[in-house]
Design a protein around this ligand. Structure first.
Ligand code: CDM
Ligand code: ATP
Length: 313
């Protein structure tokens, strides 16, 4: 078991890094009586990271840094604090923790930043408190916190079903280059699903088993061109209805030769697939120059899920 670092001045600390995600395919079925929608989604974890540093403390407290830190709640509603509390209760541990989030994933951007924080907090507190939970136990806790949290633990490429929390790893060859066009104002996931309901009525397609064949085949072959063509997001029309300016972002990325372009999850981040790192940088520059993104991040995927890393210094 990893021991907390105590080789510096100050209390022991654990640093965990967790990735954001893009849904390469997101098929959404009709709303169920519990308010959730059945999904079949292909997740890819990408190199836009959250670092969560857990330090031993008497209380449960949280701080956040990063360009959008002011948008993140630091009270008990923060998903990372809720994760720490859930783990303490589950494992019967009476201990505190201070969590510090170094945030890079856009807030309310459809890239599961809060979920990455929760996944990282679970792993960090498990290590800090020596709880020794199994992967299955961590997964169960993760799913109780949010539909995207289990994927934050697992990372790489996976097919999600159920609410998106039932995961099967998928084969993927090579590295894909992405540009994420970020908007300063986010979209609420619940609102986007409600708009999806309003737009589809009872007519949302039920989910057939084979519809992601082309997507999964492209990933297995490492064929970025085919992956670009196979990208699909059933929430995109709803996100565009709530944020019509995204149409311009999609069109601009298409104009500058993106292999595929899609709203990421519930949006408003737009994900553009590039041919190479250089091409990704060119797309990023074009998007910000055209004023159709407030920020453009370049990244690669797939990358691993939440993992302990050495603290710098
Ligand atoms: C859009 C995605 O990011 C795609 O991966 C996810 O489906 C959203 O996952 P998430 O943010 O972890 O969502 P949760 O925190 O579990 O749920 C937030 C809200 O989204 C809606 N929700 C979420 C997941 C799902 N399968 N059906 C839903 O209708 C519900 O209104 C829910 O109250
Ligand atoms: N650790 C956290 N980081 C960011 N937002 C959080 C966190 N905890 C709670 N929140 C609240 O949740 C909202 C959505 O957070 P988040 O950034 O995870 O959205 P998202 O990436 O669109 O989620 P998803 O892609 O999973 O639907 C924020 O607007 C904020 O109010």
């Amino acid at each position: 078991m990893t021991q907390p670092r105590a080789d510096h001045d100050g209390p022991p600390e654990i640093r965990v890094r967790a990735p954001g995600k893009v849904n390469l395919g997101l098929r959404v079925g009709p709303r169920e009586p519990d308010g959730y929608h059945p999904l079949v989604t292909v997740f890819q974890a990408v190199s836009v990271y959250e670092d969560v540093v857990a330090t031993a403390s008497d209380d449960m407290t949280l701080t956040v840094s990063g360009p959008q830190a002011h948008l993140v709640p630091t009270d008990g509603t923060n998903l990372a604090l809720r994760a720490a509390q859930a783990l303490a209760e589950y494992a019967g541990i009476d201990a505190g923790v201070h969590l510090h989030i170094e945030k890079s994933v856009p807030v309310a951007g459809g890239m599961a930043g809060g979920s990455a924080d929760a996944a990282a907090a679970l792993l960090a507190c498990d290590a800090l408190w020596g709880a020794g939970l199994s992967r299955e136990q961590l997964h169960e806790l993760a799913a109780s916190l949010g539909s995207d949290v289990p994927f934050g633990l697992v990372g790489h490429t996976a097919v999600g079903s159920g609410r998106g929390d039932v995961l099967t790893p998928a084969l993927s060859r090579g590295e894909y280059h992405w540009v994420f066009a970020v908007r300063d104002s986010g979209l609420s996931t619940a609102r986007v699903y409600a708009e999806f309901d309003a737009m589809t009525g009872a007519g949302a397609a039920s989910l057939g088993p084979d519809s992601d064949l082309e997507l999964l085949q492209a990933l297995r072959a490492g064929d970025a061109l085919a992956l670009g063509r196979a990208l699909r997001n059933d929430l995109q029309p709803a996100a565009l209805e709530l944020a019509p300016e995204l149409a311009e972002t999609l069109a601009t990325a298409d104009d500058v030769g993106a292999l595929g372009v899609i709203v990421s999850g519930s949006g408003p981040t737009v994900a553009a697939l590039a041919r190479s790192r250089t091409h990704a940088q060119a797309i990023a520059t074009a998007l910000t120059a055209a004023g159709v993104a407030d920020t453009a991040l370049t990244a690669v995927g797939p990358v691993p899920g939440a993992r302990l890393v050495a603290s710098p210094g």
